[in-house]
Design a protein around this ligand. Structure first.
Ligand code: SAM
Length: 258
C-alpha cells in the first residue's frame, strides 16, 4: 500500500511515522508513506495556499489550485488510491471503515487547515470525506495520522509475532477482555486465578465472557453486530448473560435498522 498525505505541515509526520508498528510496516515494505507539501504546488511568489472567503466572513480557505495540482501529482504515483479529505463533516472512521481502507492499494489523504478547503476541490477531486469524531481539530494532520495508524495495523503482516488485531476491541463487535501481566499481585489485587492455571480452554472461556460482560457494561450497542456460535451462546447462558445480550441485540439492532 502507498499512502500519500497532502499537507502544508509535512514535518508534523516525521517522528510519528518513524515509531513502532508503522515504522516496522514501512521497513518491511508493507506500506510506503509520503508526506507531500501542498505549498510546493503553489505558483505565486509567496507560495500561498490560502485566501479570504468569497462573501466575506472570518478565517481563510485553502485555495483550489495548489491543492488540485498536489492531488493530481499524488494520483500519478498512486493511481488506484481513493482521495480522502479529512473533515469533521465526513463519515465517521470506525473499525469497519479502517478494515475497508486497509484493503485499498493506496490512500491519498488530504489535510485541511484554516476554515477548510474550497468546495470545488471537494466536488471535483475528493472521493470521500472522513471524520475521526464529532469535534473540530485545527487541521487534518492529527486526523490523517489516526487513519494511517488504524489502517496500517490492519494490513496483514503489520503486527509482529504474538500481536494480533483479531482479538482487539471492535474486531468481533466486542470490547477486548481485561489484561494482566507480572506481578501476580499488585497493591493487594491479584490476577484472576484462571489466567495462571495454564488451562487454555478455561482461559479462552474466561476472556470471552469478560469481553462480553465489558461490552454489555460499556458499549451494548456494539452487540447488535456481534455473532455468537452455539457453544458461545451456551457459555453465555451458563454465565447468566444470554438474556442481557439478546436484549441488547434487540434494542440496538432495532435502533440501527430504523
Ligand atoms: N470550518 C470547518 C467546519 O466548521 O466544518 C472546520 C475546519 S477545521 C478548523 C480545519 C481542518 O481540520 C479541516 O479542513 C479538516 O481537514 C480538519 N479537521 C477538523 N476536525 C476534523 C475531524 N473531526 N475529523 C477529520 N478532520 C478534521
Amino acid at each position: 500500500m502507498r499512502i500519500s498525505i497532502l499537507t502544508i505541515f509535512p514535518d508534523f509526520f516525521s517522528s510519528c511515522l518513524n515509531e513502532g508498528i508503522i515504522r516496522r510496516a514501512v521497513a518491511g515494505n508493507l506500506v510506503a508513506i509520503e508526506a507531500v507539501n501542498i505549498r510546493d504546488f503553489a505558483t505565486d511568489r509567496h507560495s500561498m495556499t490560502d485566501d479570504r472567503p468569497f462573501g466575506g466572513g472570518e478565517g481563510m480557505v485553502m485555495k483550489p489550485e495548489p491543492l488540485a495540482a498536489a492531488i493530481r501529482a499524488a494520483r500519478e504515483k498512486n493511481p488506484a488510491a481513493p482521495v480522502i479529505l479529512m473533515s469533521p463533516q465526513g463519515q465517521g472512521l470506525d473499525h469497519g471503515k479502517a478494515l475497508e481502507l486497509s484493503r485499498e492499494p493506496g490512500l491519498i489523504l488530504v489535510c485541511g487547515r484554516y476554515e477548510g478547503v474550497d468546495q470545488r476541490i471537494i466536488d471535483r477531486y475528493i472521493d470521500m470525506e472522513l471524520s475521526i469524531g464529532d469535534y473540530v481539530l485545527s487541521g487534518g494532520e492529527p486526523a490523517a495520522l489516526v487513519v494511517v495508524d488504524a489502517v496500517v495495523r490492519l494490513i496483514p503482516g503489520a503486527l509482529g509475532c504474538g500481536e494480533s488485531a483479531s482479538s482487539d476491541t471492535f474486531s468481533r463487535n466486542l470490547l477486548k477482555h481485561p489484561q494482566y501481566t507480572r506481578p501476580r499481585e499488585f497493591e493487594g489485587e491479584a490476577v484472576p486465578d484462571v489466567l495462571l492455571s495454564g488451562d487454555h480452554e478455561a482461559i479462552g472461556t474466561w476472556r470471552f465472557v469478560a469481553a462480553v460482560r465489558r461490552t454489555l457494561e460499556r458499549r451494548p450497542d456494539l452487540l447488535a453486530g456481534a455473532r455468537f456460535s452455539r457453544e458461545e451462546r451456551r457459555i453465555l447462558a451458563a454465565e447468566g448473560l444470554l438474556a442481557a445480550v439478546d436484549a441488547a441485540v434487540a434494542e440496538h439492532g432495532r435502533g440501527r435498522d430504523d
